[in-house]
Write a protein that binds this ligand. Structure first.
Ligand SMILES: Cc1cc2nc3c(=O)[nH]c(=O)nc-3n(C[C@H](O)[C@H](O)[C@H](O)COP(=O)(O)OP(=O)(O)OC[C@H]3O[C@@H](n4cnc5c(N)ncnc54)[C@H](O)[C@@H]3O)c2cc1C
Length: 522
């Protein structure tokens, strides 16, 4: 055992994660090991990136603070994750065998229509294809499947190991300091450090500051039930989202009887919830007739991982930068919009795919670092932006109620400073976006998009057969579906997929196997 020694000035970056073991033994930089990629965090973002880089023969380590299975929120997935990224990592067959609830889409009591309407992942029920569904997952199970899969692909997964800071020199991040399961402080050097440590990350500060959203600023209070009602077939696996005066509820069927039920409300309710969460939760359920009815025969779970009520607030943010030489942010460590359309795990696994391509390309000497990571950042910002706009349109739909919550969620001239700040953030290097930052143009653009989307929903709901075609044809939905559809078709068709066009001027395209970037054929 090495004798205790002071940590090297270069390597010690204090952070909020404290070693949990009583006694910390310092293993100096002399003992640091060398790898290609070290990832902080073994959630969907971290395990996906680690798998996609290990599959290219790189030496990859994941440091995960917890021991899996561990609880996490974010249970409703999108098809691009299940049939796109998870197919590329090779875990989709195992997911299919795991008995997760199949989700054909979302059912909403939302907007001007008094009756619930259903948004499906297929254009019409008749054209539902083999990939027009996703899953509702217990995250403790889903995340463990992904992490164990990473291990089987050659990733060195170290649970109960908490990253405590970065090693850097000459302006480049060179590795991570961490505390291992026995309480030893260690260092690991790597060509690339990936921060995938989620919304509670502190490593992200090494790259830039976080900007919190005023528009999506809300609070979520959630718990679990046994025995809640299910939607009629074929939609029994759908997420049910129900708006009411104080906000909206999610109702997610995780199994035959297990149901995740969460209320998203205005942030002013924080003190009430912190005072007596049980009473607030019940009062919110009583306020929303549809959810109350669905839970009428159900029992609150009060033990095990689902036994307590949980609160999350101020969860919508975005980092000013996503990478710097030697280090990259993915998943919730970089950004999160809002729970309303299940975009969190999609953005986490999508950003992991983009960053893995950049790392694979630079380690193989195919593309220089600046070009590879600029492509990563532009695409990631674009995807964040399209979901941000899409989710704004969703909130804007709810025109019939005059409550404070819904008024605050409308795109008005008052929103302009928030919108400008947001577009400045996501615009980054893209001159097209910069042109939109005049506040009047911007607000008008959001209003036009929201109106187009609301009309499509209303027309579809009024039609004899609810047609997804109208909705998929709106500009905001088309944009949101674009990358997900590409990833899915590439994962399913492989080399037979159509050659990609660059998304940006002078941009890169994915290689035929999707694992690298390449220059587009001229
Ligand atoms: C109220 C609410 C509802 C949501 N609902 C949905 C939904 O229905 N669908 C959806 O797709 N998304 C949803 N999300 C978002 C979703 O939870 C996240 O987007 C998703 O979990 C992000 O995955 P990740 O891998 O980036 O981070 P995480 O899943 O948070 O994983 C990060 C991992 O890093 C580990 N870690 C943390 N610090 C360290 C450290 N210092 N060293 C090593 N390891 C560390 C953690 O233990 C954790 O395992 C919701 C979010 C909220 C707030």
């Amino acid at each position: 055992m090495a004798s205790p020694r002071r940590p090297n000035r270069l390597t010690r970056t204090p952070g909020p994660v404290r070693p949990r073991a009583a006694k910390v033994r310092y293993m100096g930089i002399r003992n640091a090991e060398d790898v290609d990629v070290v990832v902080a965090g073994g959630g969907p973002a971290g395990s996906t990136l680690a798998t996609l880089t290990a599959m290219q023969g790189h030496k990859v380590v994941i440091l995960e603070k917890e021991e899996f299975p561990r609880y996490q929120i974010g249970e409703s997935l999108l098809p691009a994750t299940v049939h796109g990224v998870c197919r590329m990592t090779g875990v989709s067959d195992e997911l299919a065998r795991s008995g997760f609830t199949r989700k054909r889409g979302g059912t909403f009591r939302w907007g001007s229509s008094p009756d619930p309407w259903t948004f499906t992942f297929s254009v019409s029920p008749r054209t539902a294809g083999p990939t027009s569904f996703a899953y509702q997952v217990e995250r403790s199970k889903f995340d463990k499947i992904l992490l164990d899969h990473a291990r089987r692909q050659g990733v060195d997964v170290r649970e109960k190991c908490a990253a405590t800071g970065v090693i850097q020199d000459a302006g480049r991040v060179r590795g991570l300091a961490y505390v291992d399961a026995e309480g030893n402080q260690r260092q690991i050097r790597a060509n690339y450090v990936v921060d995938a440590s989620g919304n509670r990350s502190f490593l992200y500060k090494q790259i830039g500051s976080r900007q919190y959203s005023e528009f999506f600023r809300s609070l979520a209070l959630f718990g679990y039930f046994d025995g809640g009602k299910r939607l009629p077939e074929p939609n029994s696996g759908n997420i049910l989202s129900a708006a009411f005066d104080s906000g909206w509820f999610w109702y997610i069927p995780l199994g035959d009887t297990l149901t995740s039920v969460g209320a998203v409300v205005k942030k002013e309710l924080a003190s009430k919830v912190q005072g007596d969460a049980e009473a607030s939760y019940q009062a919110l359920i009583d306020e929303c007739p549809l959810i109350k009815e669905y839970l009428s025969g159900a029992t609150r779970i009060t033990n095990g991982q689902y036994g307590k009520l949980r609160v999350r607030k101020d969860y919508s943010y975005h980092n000013m930068n996503y990478w710097r030489p030697g280090m990259v942010l993915i998943g919730d460590a970089a950004c999160f919009v809002d729970p309303v359309f299940s975009s969190g795990v999609h953005l986490a696994t999508y950003s992991a795919l983009l960053a893995a391509r950049s790392i694979n390309s630079t380690l193989a000497g195919m593309i220089d670092e600046q070009a590879a990571f600029t492509e990563f950042e532009l695409r990631y910002r674009r995807e964040f932006r399209v979901f941000y706009e899409y989710l704004m349109c969703f909130y804007d739909l709810h025109v019939s109620e005059q409550s404070y919550f819904w008024n605050a969620k409308k795109v008005t001239n008052d929103s302009s400073s928030e919108l400008e700040a947001f577009v400045n953030l996501v615009s980054g290097l893209s001159s097209n976006e910069k042109a939109l930052t005049g506040s009047a143009t911007l607000v008008q653009r959001f209003k036009d998009q929201a109106n187009e989307f609301a009309n499509a929903i209303n027309e579809s709901a009024a039609a004899e057969e609810f047609s997804m075609y109208r909705i998929f044809n709106t500009s905001v939905a088309k944009e949101a579906a674009l990358e997900g559809t590409h990833i899915q078709s590439r994962a399913v068709l492989g080399d037979a997929a159509e050659p990609e066009k660059p998304l940006f001027d002078n941009g890169l395209v994915a290689s035929p196997d999707g694992m690298h970037w390449s220059y587009p054929a001229s």
